[in-house]
Every structure is written in C-alpha cells, then in structure tokens.
Design a protein around this ligand. Structure first.
Ligand code: GCU
Length: 431
C-alpha cells in the first residue's frame, strides 16, 4: 500500500513538473527561410479519386470536395442560413460626419422574438452618391465605436477583450475607445470614393475566448442535449464567417446597398474569417484578406512563423475539433490554404501582407495566392503570374491581387487605397 502510494505521489509530481515545463518552454517560431522544410501541396486539379479536374468538373465535383475537406478538417460545418431571422433599425442619421454620410445602426437577431443573440451592425453610406452603392463589410475587434470618433455610434455593451493600451480593463469598452481604431477603417476615404462600410463587433457573434462554446451563437444550434460542437462542427472562425453571411442576408434587403457589389474584408484572425466566409458564400463579390496568416492565407506546410500546433494551443476554440489531429502533422492535412483561396474562384480575391509581419508569413500568404491561380487560370480568370513575390508596394491586380507593404501587422491607409483600387477595377468603377 505504502509503496503504491509512493508511486502515485511520484507520478503526481512528474505530472506537475511536466505541465510546468510545457508551460515554460517557449514556442520558437521559425523565421529562417532556409529552414522551411520541403513539402508538396495537395493537388487542386486532381479529384480525391485521382482523376483530372477540368473546368466543368471544378464546378460539378472538385469545388464541393474541397469545401467538404475544409468543413470536416479545418473550420467545421456551420448550420447555414437560419429559418427565422429578423432585424430592427436602431438609429439613422441622414447627415452624419458633417453631412458626408448616412449612418444606420441595425440590430440583427437570430431568433424570431428578438431576444437572444443580437448582432449590432453599423453602416456608413456616402450621402451624395447615387444609390445603391457598393459596400465593404468587415468585422471589428473592439466594438463599432472604435472605427470612427463619430459620437453618434453606440458603444458596444458586449464583452470585449481587455487591452491596456486601449484602456479596456474590465472587459467593457469605455467611451474613450471611440475612434481608437479609425486608422484601420478610413471611413472618410471610403465615402469619398463612393463606397459604404458595414461593420460589426465580432464578439457579438461569438466572444473570442475559450469557454467551450457556452456563449455566443453555438448553443443556439445545439441539438438533443448537445453541449459543444461535434469535432466536425464550427469553431469560432466558422461562427464569425457565418455571422458575415447573416449581414449579407440583411444587406440584400437594404435598397441603398448594391447587393452585387459586397466586398468582405478582414484583418488578421478576422481575415481568416473573411476568407472562409468568401469561400462559402458566393454573394461576396470580392474578398480581401489583410495579414491573415496561419489559418488564413498562409500555407500551413511552410511552418514559418505561427504554426498549426501553436494556433491550436493559443486559440483552441478557433477551429473545429478535428483540426487538432493535425498538430505537427501538416503534411497529413488533406488541404492547404491555396485551396481555400481557390474556393473563391472566379470572384476577385486580394491578399495583403506586411513586410515585418513575419508571424503571419508573408511569403506563405503570397504562395497560397499563387498556387490558387491554377484554378483561376483553368476557369479563364487571371491569377498571379509568377511565383516570385513582387517588390514592396508593387501591387498586382489581376482577378487575384496581392501586395506586400513596408511596416508591421496592421491595416493602413495604403492597404485601403489598394483595396479600393482593386474594387474599382472589378466593380468597373471610375476613380
Ligand atoms: C495572434 C494570432 C494570429 C492572429 C492574430 C490577430 O497573433 O496568433 O493567428 O491572426 O493574433 O488576430 O491579431
């Protein structure tokens, strides 16, 4: 007995020590190009049974196959368009921003009785532009009030991540967060060029922390005693992407908005969500990924910067349960991110990188866009012409677009100007 107890104690001690060790051993990202392992990307132009993909077969078979692979192994299946869905316009101003804009606030509900989950949408439209107007749609990180200092924007009451720099300490956004992220949205510049902006706080769809999916949208879809999504069902990125599609359900009904010209744009984790939303929902006429990195535009197989295991460890709620099976097994994953971008074909897609944002692997983002080009080319659209990255600030604007700019992980005026150039080109608008 006593010997047995000792064994248990020693085992216990070892467990404590190994956990402590795991917590203190720091992840060291690879930033050395020469240490990127050799790899072969899954072939976009072969069906799962090995036969060749023609343009016709892309549409009838391969696209669905690739979609299923992403659902099952990466982001998880989402429930689709809800049967009951309604909204309420909470405010409207016809002369916002000194008369330049129409500002609307619209709350979208997933239940018929307007209790439960509420997604608060903020919309700016250029007041003097002929309607309907094209619109950029994007999720924001800390509430709608952060996108502009306009006092007419309702400050979010939802749980937000603490951020000392922004003065958020008790998971509640203070008044002082008005406009703190204005540089990332460039509302006036958008309006000047005739674009509208629709944005909502991503935490309104699913708060971004691991609570085993008790809050946010997931529980609304649990069936028969279910307590968390099954291993092949949606994680948080899947939920944010689903929420973006719910906004389109609304925008389609707003006669001020050109429903054939809705562009989805996202930065970083929200760039991952934008790509997945754009892949699934063809109502997004144009898709923009800004610095989306691992799980977004970057190729997993390069293991440069953030890796698959790292992202699953830091953010266990982002992807579906099955995705964890691929920790340190990138080569066994049946997809890579060039296939995600290819799912958007032949709609225009733009990938933007930042030179200093090595964590997001700019070269991996570029190479995914380049390798997606095979599908664009097959379908008669123009992808990226070469596997050589362009120089800094030398955007490529085919049906696939790409730029890398100097600077760090961020969304800048330069980025927005290129996004608008790209949209002008594809929405056939003069400058
Ligand atoms: C972290 C995370 C990235 C993510 C980024 C962001 O850095 O590791 O994957 O893109 O946060 O969303 O800002």
């Amino acid at each position: 007995m006593i010997a047995g107890k000792k064994v248990i104690t020693i085992l216990g001690l070892l467990t404590v020590l190994s956990t402590a060790f795991a917590q203190t051993t720091e992840f060291k990202p690879n930033y050395d190009e020469s240490k990127v392992p050799p790899f072969t990307l899954p072939d976009l132009l072969k069906l799962n049974d090995g036969s060749e993909v023609t343009a016709a077969r892309w549409w009838t078979r391969r696209r669905q196959e690739v979609m299923r692979l992403f659902e099952e192994h990466v982001y998880g299946k989402a429930p689709g368009r809800p049967g009951t869905f309604n909204w309420e316009q909470k405010s409207i101003s016809m002369d916002a921003l000194g008369g330049k804009a129409i500002r609307k606030e619209v709350t979208l509900y997933v239940t018929s009785n307007q209790s439960g989950l509420a997604m608060n949408l903020l919309i700016y439209l250029p007041r003097n532009a002929p309607k309907p107007v094209p619109v950029f749609l994007g999720l924001n990180f800390y509430g709608n009030q952060t996108v502009h200092s306009d006092p007419g924007i309702t400050v979010t009451e939802s749980w937000v991540r603490n951020n000392e720099e922004l003065g958020i300490t008790d998971n509640k956004a203070p008044e002082s967060t008005r406009g703190v992220r204005a540089s990332r949205w460039q509302v006036e510049k958008l309006l000047e060029r005739g674009y509208g902006l629709a944005t909502l706080y991503y935490g309104d769809i699913d708060p971004d922390f691991d609570d085993e999916f008790k809050n946010g949208i997931h529980p609304y879809y649990y069936r028969g005693g279910q307590r968390r999504p099954a291993p092949d069902q949606w994680g948080s990125i899947g939920a944010w992407a689903w929420g973006l599609s719910r906004v389109v359900d609304y925008l389609e009904k707003d006669s001020d908005v050109d429903k054939r010209k809705i562009a989805v744009m996202g930065h970083s984790r929200l760039g991952k969500a934008a790509l997945w939303a754009g892949a699934q929902d063809e109502r997004f006429a144009l898709v923009i990924s800004n610095n989306s990195g691992c799980g977004g535009a970057a190729l997993f197989r390069r293991r440069f910067g953030e890796t698959l295991e790292r992202i699953n460890t830091s953010f266990p709620h982002w992807f579906c349960g099955n995705f964890k099976e691929y920790n340190n097994r990138e080569d066994d994953l049946p997809v890579d991110q060039h296939m995600l971008i290819a799912l958007i074909a032949t709609r225009p897609v733009y990938v933007a990188s930042a030179q200093e944002d090595l964590w997001a692997d700019p070269r991996g983002e570029f190479l995914a866009a380049y390798n997606a080009s095979k599908v664009y080319d097959l379908l008669g659209a123009k992808g990226l012409p070469s596997n050589q990255m362009p120089d800094l600030s030398q955007p490529i604007m085919n049906t696939i677009g790409y730029h890398i700019r100097p600077g760090e992980h961020d969304v800048t005026l330069y980025d927005w100007e290129r996004f608008m150039d790209f949209a002008d080109l594809h929405f056939k608008r003069g400058k």
